[in-house]
Design a protein around this ligand. Structure first.
Ligand code: M6R
Length: 611
C-alpha cells in the first residue's frame, strides 16, 4: 500500500528518493511522487502509475539538484487513483509539502473548516488537510516546522505516518507517527526517513522505529527526536542485520507469516472511518437508502478462499438482515442461468480483482439486471471497474499465493456489508449495530493475542504432519471456517484435507476415521457447541487424533481433544475472524515440516486470469 521515503544530505536526493520508492513497490500502489527542495522553492512531481513513469517524468524537469526531499507511493483510499490525488500534497502557497500513510478520519470536518478560512484544495484526499493545517500552524510558528507539524497533528483523528518539508527551512524534514510505521536512520552523510526498513537498508543498518506520538526532525547533520509534547527524547536504536530479501519480508522468514501478522492492522484499517456520526457508512457502494432497502436476494460469487469468505457472509446476512443469500463459485454461476431480478444484489469477491470466472459472472449478472458490488484488494482492477460499486479491502498487496490477510479483509468487509443491510432494513437497531461494530474492532487485539504464542499450534502440527489426509469439522458458522482451514492446508502442504459440517460425519466421512486420523475441529463456544462435542466423541471412539480450536477457559474440550488451541472468547458471529488465524498458522507449520515452499506452492498462481 502507501510508502514513504525522505532524505536530507549534501548531495542531490532525486535518485535516492526514486530508488527508495522502487524498494517499496512490492507493497502495491497506484501513483507516486516526490517533493524536492530547490533554490527557487519546492519542486513537486507526482503522477498516476509506476515509479518508472515518475522517473521518466522527472527527467523532463531538467536538473534537480536539491539535497532534501520526500517521496511517496500511494494506494488509493480517499479519492480515486489520479495525478491530482498522488502525494506529495501542498499548501495553498506551495511552500509546504506532505506525504502521508494512514487515514485521517475527521478529514471532511477539517477540510470544511479550512475551506471556510480560505484554503483551496486541489485533491480529493484526506492527506491534503495536513498540508493546509501545517501551513496555518507555520504562520503561528515561523521557522519552526517541528512545532507547526506537532500542533497540527493535535487536530487529527486517525492514523498517520507522515513526513513534511517546507521551502523556508532548507535541509529539514519533520516526520511523525501514530498507528502507521515510520523508521528513521542516519547514513554516512545524510539522514533518512521511510515507512519501511527496506527503503533505508542501503544507507544504514541502525534505525529508530518511531513510537506512536513521537516526531523526528532530520537535517543533513543529524536527527533529533521528540515526544508529542515537544520534549526532546532519547531514541531506541535497533540494529538491522537482515539481508534485502528478509527486509522485504519485514524480518519474517516468509511472506505468508508476515501477512498473517499484518491481520490486526487489516481489521483496523478496514473499519477506520466506517462509523460516521454513530451510523455505519459505506459510501462507495453507490446505492441510495431506498435502493438498499429494496434488495430481497443476495448472491455472493467468488472462487477459492474468496468463496469461503462468501460462506461466512451468507451466515451473517441471513442472521442479521434476514435477506436470503446464495453463495456460489463463479465458475458455476456463469453457466447456470441464475434467477436474477432488479432487486437482486450480486456481491463479487476477489482479492486480485482479475479472476476470469468471477469477471465473467459479474458481466452475466449485470446483463441480467443485477446491481453488482465488488469486494477486491486491487484498486482499479477489472472487478472494481466493472462493478456498480466497490469496497476495497485494506489488506495491502498480498504476495504469498495462499490468501491470509486478504481473506480476513474480505470477511471484515462482508461483515460490514451485512451490518449495513441489517441497519437499512431495520432488522438491527442503531445501538445493536454500534455494539457489534465495537466488538468487531476488538478482534484486532484478540488476533494480536493469538499471534503471540503459536506453541500449541506447532505441537498439533507435529502430531498431524505425516497424515495422508485430514478432516476439518465445525457446525454453524464454524463449518464455513473449516472450508478455508482445509483449503489452506491442502494448497500449501499438499496434505489432502476436506471440510465437513460435523453433523454430516455420520452420513459418510466417518468411514475414513481410524487410529490417528486427524480431525481438526472449530469448537468455539456457540449455540451448537454441545452438538459438535457429541460429533467429536463419535470420532474419538474410532481413534481420531482430535485438534480443537476452542474458547479460552473451556476445560471440557480436553476430555475429547488431544490438542487444544485456545483463542479468546468472542461472539459466535466473529469467530471466523479469530479462528481462521490459528488455522492459517497450523497449515503453514505443517507445510514447513513437510519441506514445502509456503509462499509459492506448486501448480498455483496468485491471479487466475484464465478460465
Ligand atoms: O483473486 P481471487 O480472490 O479472485 O482468487 C480466488 C482464488 O483463486 C484464491 O482465493 C485461491 O483460492 C487462493 N490460492 C487461496 O489461498
Amino acid at each position: 500500500m502507501c510508502g514513504i521515503v525522505g532524505c536530507t544530505g549534501s548531495t542531490p536526493v532525486k535518485d535516492v528518493l526514486v530508488n527508495g520508492l522502487k524498494r517499496l513497490e512490492y507493497r502495491g500502489y497506484d501513483s507516486a511522487g516526490v517533493a524536492i527542495q530547490e533554490p527557487d522553492g519546492l519542486k513537486v512531481v507526482h503522477r498516476v502509475g509506476k515509479v518508472a513513469g515518475l522517473e521518466s517524468e522527472l527527467a523532463y524537469h531538467g536538473e534537480l539538484n536539491g539535497t532534501c526531499g520526500i517521496g511517496h507511493t500511494r494506494w488509493a483510499t480517499h479519492g480515486r487513483p489520479s495525478t491530482a490525488n498522488a502525494h506529495p500534497h501542498t499548501s495553498c502557497d506551495g511552500r509546504i509539502a506532505v506525504v502521508h500513510n494512514g487515514i485521517i478520519e475527521n478529514f471532511a470536518e477539517l477540510r470544511e473548516r479550512l475551506q471556510e478560512r480560505g484554503h483551496r484544495f486541489s485533491s480529493e484526499t484526506d492527506t491534503e488537510v495536513l498540508a493546509h493545517l501545517v501551513e496555518e500552524a507555520y504562520e503561528q510558528h515561523p521557522g519552526d516546522l517541528l512545532t507547526a507539524m506537532r500542533t497540527s497533528l493535535q487536530h487529527v483523528i486517525g492514523a498517520y505516518g507522515v513526513a513534511v518539508v517546507c521551502a523556508d527551512e532548507p535541509g529539514v524534514i519533520v516526520c511523525a507517527r501514530k498507528d502507521s510505521p515510520i523508521v528513521v536512520g542516519r547514513g554516512a552523510d545524510a539522514s533518512y526517513v521511510a515507512s519501511d526498513i527496506i527503503a533505508l537498508i542501503d544507507a544504514t543498518r541502525d534505525v529508530v522505529v518511531l513510537e506512536d506520538g513521537q516526531l523526528a526532525r532530520l537535517t543533513p547533520d543529524g536527527i533529533a527526536y521528540f515526544d508529542e509534547r515537544g520534549r526532546q527524547i532519547e531514541p531506541c536504536v535497533t540494529h538491522v542485520d537482515w539481508d534485502v530479501d528478509l527486509a522485504e519480508k519485514g524480518g519474517y522468514p516468509d511472506f505468508m507469516l508476515k501477512e498473517i501478522h499484518e491481520q490486526p492492522r487489516v481489521v483496523r484499517d478496514t473499519l477506520a472511518g466506517r462509523m460516521v456520526g454513530g451510523e455505519l457508512s459505506i459510501d462507495e457502494l453507490g446505492l441510495s437508502y431506498e435502493e438498499l432497502n429494496l434488495i430481497d436476494r443476495v448472491y455472493v460469487i467468488a472462487c477459492g478462499t474468496s468463496y469461503h469468505a462468501g460462506l461466512i457472509a451468507k451466515n451473517l446476512i441471513e442472521r442479521w438482515a434476514r435477506i436470503p443469500t446464495e453463495v456460489e463459485v463463479a465458475s458455476e454461476f456463469r453457466y447456470r442461468n441464475p434467477i436474477i431480478t432488479p432487486s437482486t444484489l450480486v456481491v463479487a469477491v476477489s482479492q486480485s480483482g482479475e479472476t476470469a470466472d468471477t469477471l465473467a459472472a459479474i458481466r452475466d449478472a449485470r446483463i441480467k439486471g443485477a446491481k453488482v458490488f465488488g469486494i477486491t484488494n486491487v484498486v482499479g482492477s477489472p472487478v472494481a471497474r466493472e462493478s456498480d460499486g466497490v469496497i476495497y479491502t485494506k489488506a495491502n498487496k498480498e504476495i504469498a499465493v495462499a490468501s491470509t490477510k486478504s481473506f480476513l479483509g474480505q470477511v471484515v468487509s462482508l461483515t460490514l456489508l451485512a451490518l449495513l443491510l441489517a441497519q437499512t432494513k431495520g432488522k438491527l437497531t442503531t445501538a445493536q449495530v454500534r455494539l457489534l461494530f465495537r466488538e468487531l474492532g476488538d478482534t484486532a487485539e484478540q488476533i494480536e493475542g493469538i499471534l503471540q504464542d503459536a506453541t500449541a499450534i506447532d505441537e498439533a502440527a507435529v502430531a498431524c504432519k505425516d497424515a495422508a489426509s485430514a478432516l476439518f469439522v465445525g457446525r454453524g458458522i464454524g463449518s464455513a471456517i473449516c472450508y478455508e482451514g482445509a483449503l489452506k492446508l491442502k494448497e500449501i502442504s499438499y496434505l489432502h484435507a476436506e471440510a465437513y459440517a460435523a453433523g454430516e460425519m455420520k452420513h459418510g466421512p466417518i468411514a475414513l476415521i481410524d487410529d490417528g486420523f486427524p480431525v481438526i475441529a472449530v469448537a468455539t463456544q456457540s449455540p451448537v457447541y454441545d452438538k459438535l462435542v457429541s460429533n467429536l466423541k463419535e470420532c474419538e471412539a474410532r481413534g481420531a487424533l482430535i485438534v480443537a480450536i476452542a474458547t479460552e477457559g473451556d476445560e471440557e474440550i480436553k476430555k475429547v481433544a488431544q490438542h487444544v488451541i485456545y483463542i479468546p472468547k468472542v461472539r459466535d458471529c466473529f469467530t471466523p475472524i479469530t479462528a481462521s488465524v490459528p488455522l492459517q498458522l497450523f497449515a503453514r507449520s505443517i507445510a514447513l515440516l513437510r519441506g514445502c515452499d509456503v509462499d509459492q506452492p506448486r501448480n498455483l498462481a496468485k491471479s487466475v486470469t484464465v478460465e
